[in-house]
Design a protein around this ligand. Structure first.
Ligand SMILES: O=C(O)CCC(=O)C(=O)O
Ligand SMILES: [Fe+2]
Length: 393
């Protein structure tokens, strides 16, 4: 991976973002002007640029949040407790502990307040479309904490991308390009908790790791590519909004990741392969470990295929006027920029969906899915092929 520094772009078209960063899977920082009109940047922050604790408590008086104690370790994370946001804010202001409010699903708050809208470049978000529409859940989060609060070294769920926009404060990121897991994994298969403070005897080759560092300023957005491990530390009082997201550009990666995880599950259960219902059992363990099994993966892909099959071209979509803010097509609470719904983009998305369906269908050895699901895959592939033929020939 020939990335030795991370570019910062104040102004970039969606086309260029796709070509230079999304498709080649490279990180980039998008400048603060992209978020300058977000209500959160006005209302959650004082004129001095610090968190507006009173306003946050008034906007979200009843929300419960998960709070990590950054001075503890719990498996690959920190110990967490649940408390009202107002209580967290009171503790944060006292500053006695390094407490970090994490993974707060703030868009599900009883508050109807709209804090932000995704940048158009980052709006092609299949993960949140699917989870919102089918599971009444999402991967949209707010993080807040004081000086030195941090997130341990990790890779994001389902090999998703993430984006993170700072509402106030700064974050120091360490980003690790894919393909180096052997350097940060110990003999027992556990990965290092912190890249800056670790046991050299346990991770003797960690110093060989190639990584990139950046400091993300107020208002700036970091695009974290798929499969890039990362560690993050807040500098001063910091609030951010983050999404995990996937789309046609990392669908193959998501599929490969689940396949890899299933092989690991099978290996762990190798002594009982003769057991009745072994394959179902392996999928169940996969679901618990990785958050999704192959039946779930197919349901996700089928949902997205149906979204596209229902929209043959972007002209039929109810788009707001081009100069209105946010510039989006409201699909549930997800906003997809028109660029990703143009005929060429739709064809690309469906073609990539078909490529992973072909692998699901054709896989002869590992029984990724049951025979019944394979029949459903075949039907969906036929529908996609007919649709592409009809609209693009
Ligand atoms: O901001 C943080 O503490 C963690 C963010 C993160 O891991 C992500 O956006 O993927
Ligand atoms: Fe992450």
């Amino acid at each position: 991976m020939d990335v030795d520094c991370i570019e910062r772009r104040e102004n970039i078209s969606i086309d260029e973002f796709v070509e230079c960063f999304l498709e080649p899977n490279r990180p980039v920082i998008l400048g603060a002007t992209f978020t300058q009109h977000w209500p959160a940047r006005r209302d959650w922050v004082t004129t001095e640029g610090t968190p507006n604790f009173e306003r946050l408590s008034t906007l979200y008086p009843t929300d419960l949040v998960e709070v990590a104690d950054c001075d503890t370790t719990y498996f690959s994370d920190h110990e967490r407790t649940t408390m009202p946001l107002t209580e967290f804010i009171a503790k944060w202001q006292k500053g006695e502990q390094r407490l970090y409010c994490k993974d707060w699903h703030f868009t599900r708050s009883p508050s109807q307040y709209q804090a932000y809208w995704p940048l158009p470049h980052l709006s092609n978000d299949w993960l949140n479309t699917y989870y919102e529409e089918e599971k009444n859940d999402d991967y949209r989060f707010c993080y807040m904490g004081g000086q030195g609060t941090w997130t341990a070294f990790h890779e994001d769920v389902f090999r998703s991308y993430s984006w993170s926009s700072n509402i106030c404060g700064q974050k120091r990121w360490i980003l690790v390009p894919p393909g180096q897991n052997h350097l940060f994994t110990d003999d027992a298969g556990n990965w290092v908790h912190s890249l800056v403070d670790y046991d050299r005897a346990r991770f003797p080759r960690l110093h060989e790791l190639k990584s990139l560092e950046l400091v993300q300023g107020p208002g700036e957005t970091v695009f974290v590519p798929s499969g890039w491990w990362h560690q993050v530390q807040n500098i001063g009082d910091t609030i951010s909004i983050n999404h995990n997201w996937t789309n046609e550009f990392n669908l193959q990666g998501m599929f490969d990741r689940l396949g890899h995880d299933l092989r690991c599950v099978r290996h762990a259960l190798r002594d009982v392969t003769d057991m009745e219902g072994f394959e179902d059992h392996a999928q169940m363990v996969l679901r618990v470990n990785s958050g999704m099994d192959f039946g779930g993966f197919f349901a996700f892909v089928k949902h997205m295929a149906n979204v596209y099959l229902g929209h043959c071209n972007a002209d039929s979509l109810p788009l707001p006027a081009a100069d209105s803010e946010p510039r989006c097509y409201e699909r549930a609470r997800n906003c997809v920029d028109r660029y990703f719904l143009l005929p060429d983009s739709v064809r690309r998305a469906l073609t990539r969906i078909d490529a992973v369906l072909e692998m699901l269908e054709g896989d002869p050895t590992t029984a990724l899915i049951s025979g019944d699901l394979k029949r459903q895959v075949a039907i969906l592939r036929t529908t996609i092929a007919q649709w592409l033929e009809e609209y693009y020939s």
